[in-house]
Design a protein around this ligand. Sequence first.
Ligand SMILES: NC(=O)c1ccc[n+]([C@@H]2O[C@H](COP(=O)([O-])OP(=O)(O)OC[C@H]3O[C@@H](n4cnc5c(N)ncnc54)[C@H](O)[C@@H]3O)[C@@H](O)[C@H]2O)c1
Length: 329
Amino acid sequence: MANLKTKVLLTGGAGYIGSHTAKLLTKHGYEVIIIDSLFPSQSKKFYGNFYKLDLAEEEKVLEVLRKEKPEIVLHFAAFISVPESIEKPFLYYENNVGNTIKLLSAMKKVGIKNFIFSSSAAVYGIPDIIPVPETAELKPINPYGETKVMVEKILKDMARVKEINYVSLRYFNVAGADPEGELGPTYKQPTHLIIRALKVAKGEIPYLEIYGTDYPTPDGTCIRDYIHVMDLAEAHILAMEYLLSKRENLVLNCGYGRGFSVREVVSTVKKVTGVDFKVIETSRRPGDPPILIADNTKIKEILKWRPKYNSLEDIIKDTWQWELKQNEN
Ligand SMILES: NC(=O)c1ccc[n+]([C@@H]2O[C@H](COP(=O)([O-])OP(=O)(O)OC[C@H]3O[C@@H](n4cnc5c(N)ncnc54)[C@H](O)[C@@H]3O)[C@@H](O)[C@H]2O)c1
């Protein structure tokens, strides 16, 4: 176990997953420092000592690291949209890889060696094995996934010569919101299915597109492994405690090991909200693998991770509660 009041620095800690993790870390007694280029929105409570800073500003990041001396860095900051990464690949390489290198360089200068990386199931591309284990070949099919593979390669090579201790968490489809209603997704232009569907149910978006109904799946739509953001936050704490006590590098899938199709998600959103919204079926988008489901044996065995929110209906209910609350503000 890490000591209470261990200082933890979160890049991207004002974002969706980072903010939920910051809250849980605070509850567990950790001291949280955040570097993010955005202020958390007014409607959102946030946890931690906040520095509004872009990771591109390496000297300023170095100053924060020197001042705060965190024991470990949780690196969430990145651009996250697959379609945008196809349109603007350089932007993604520059931020997700270039700025990660700047961060690692600043950490090296200050002597901070512990690192948790927000990787993604996008590293697997179209996997040959479902559920996909961590040992599967890495063959991303979009620049976003490439950026995650590149950073993982850098970490692996640095770890080989003991320049870093790291855990790379490969998240599957993160969804849900803080069940206490304080935090939730605040994407300005949400591309994630559940959030988009709820915004359609609310009347903020006129209809929901289903991209592709001719995939090799039982109902023709893509299948994804949706993981509740609070279970993912818990996985970070376990990974951190493991790393700080054992100093062993790990790569772990974060998912529930079961999948839902786009049509199943749409019908559950309609059931939870009670709104029969408009759905338009359209052609496939580039960069979407048909099925992505995690083999989560390793995280359960090594970290003893036990999900508490493994229900699609609860994931949608928590996000709906958050969405409805946004109208009250
Ligand atoms: N949401 C998912 O389903 C999912 C799945 C797999 C992996 N991930 C990864 O998880 C991480 C967090 O994703 P999220 O969903 O919380 O996204 P998010 O956009 O809500 O959060 C990312 C945060 O990083 C900040 N940021 C980005 N670039 C920065 C920079 N150069 N300097 C400082 N701050 C910067 C943004 O301002 C934002 O607050 C990302 O690395 C993403 O690739 C997310």
